[in-house]
Design a binder for this molecule. Structure first.
Ligand SMILES: [Fe+2]
Length: 275
């Protein structure tokens, strides 16, 4: 259980069957640059955001790395997790050192010491902040992240029959660094980049418009997390979220419960397109 160690999302690795097209999208539209390359992967970095594209399936999250700048935190985390999950040491991309284990859906979680903040890049502000997966076993996944990993459950959403639809989990003060949605199978749902203010959200939308990349969902304000948002899709159909004003919570904040209905997902309404 890592409850007392503050960890933020450092980078994610997405599988793709069309690495060239994905690389072009992320370099041109998300303002990332190539900082490493291998036979089956490319490492991309931009303004407070890092991403690995690795050859594989579409819409599959290979792993995500959560990090602390403090090496002692990582050593402590390793000790805390060692008795509960099978762990392996890693020396990964972007100079990250740490250990990893896998969740019930086979997604690898890497807990690493983060290298220096990469905030010197040009481009629009957008700090990689959270990643969300869909799962056919949302209860088991939510339980694992809450009770084995030790993330705090900020909010959850129930279906009409009271079955679990979504769990939003935090690994530091920000409302969620990870979430699990109920789905047909284990896939990447989306990842999010947190901006500095609402004008940045406008500027990102204008930026995507120059590429004729249409908004997939939004703009709106999520009920869960209270953040302003919109989403576009990359060439594989992964949703990329631009966000601002995500809630910050105290450690002992009460878990919120949401029913079905539009408010959990968008307080402004369904935001259907008028044709
Ligand atoms: Fe999100």
């Amino acid at each position: 259980m890592l409850q007392d160690i503050k960890l933020h999302l450092d980078h994610i690795a997405i599988e793709t069957p069309q690495r060239a097209a994905m690389q072009e999208f992320y370099c041109k539209q998300i303002d990332l640059s190539i900082v490493g390359e291998g036979a089956d992967f490319v490492a991309l970095e931009g303004r407070e955001r890092r991403l690995i594209l690795v050859d594989g399936k579409s819409q599959k999250l290979r792993y995500f790395s959560i990090a602390s700048e403090d090496e002692a935190d990582i050593a402590k985390a390793r000790d805390l997790m060692a008795g509960h999950v099978e762990i392996a040491d890693i020396s990964g991309a972007f100079g990250s050192e740490g250990f990893c284990f896998t969740d019930p859906d086979g997604v690898e979680i890497r807990i690493v010491k983060s290298s220096a903040p990469n905030n010197t890049h040009s481009g629009l502000p957008g700090r990689l902040q959270h990643v969300v997966v869909a799962s056919a076993q949302p209860v088991e996944m939510g339980d694992f992240y809450q009770n084995v990993v030790g993330m705090r459950l900020s909010d959850y959403v129930l279906e009409e029959d009271d079955s679990l639809m979504a769990s939003f989990l935090r690994s530091d003060a920000e409302h969620h660094s990870f979430a699990v949605f109920k789905g047909d199978m284990a896939v990447l749902d989306h990842f999010s980049m947190e901006t500095n203010d609402w004008n940045d959200v406008r500027d990102w939308a204008d930026h995507f418009a120059t590429f004729e990349t249409r908004i997939f969902w939004g703009p709106g304000r999520h009920g869960v997390g209270n953040n302003l948002f919109f989403m576009v899709q990359d060439p594989d159909g992964n949703k990329v979220e631009i966000s601002n004003e995500l809630d910050v919570l105290k450690d002992d904040a009460e878990t919120g419960k949401w029913g079905q209905g539009y408010k959990a997902y968008n307080l402004w309404g369904e935001a259907a397109i008028r044709l």
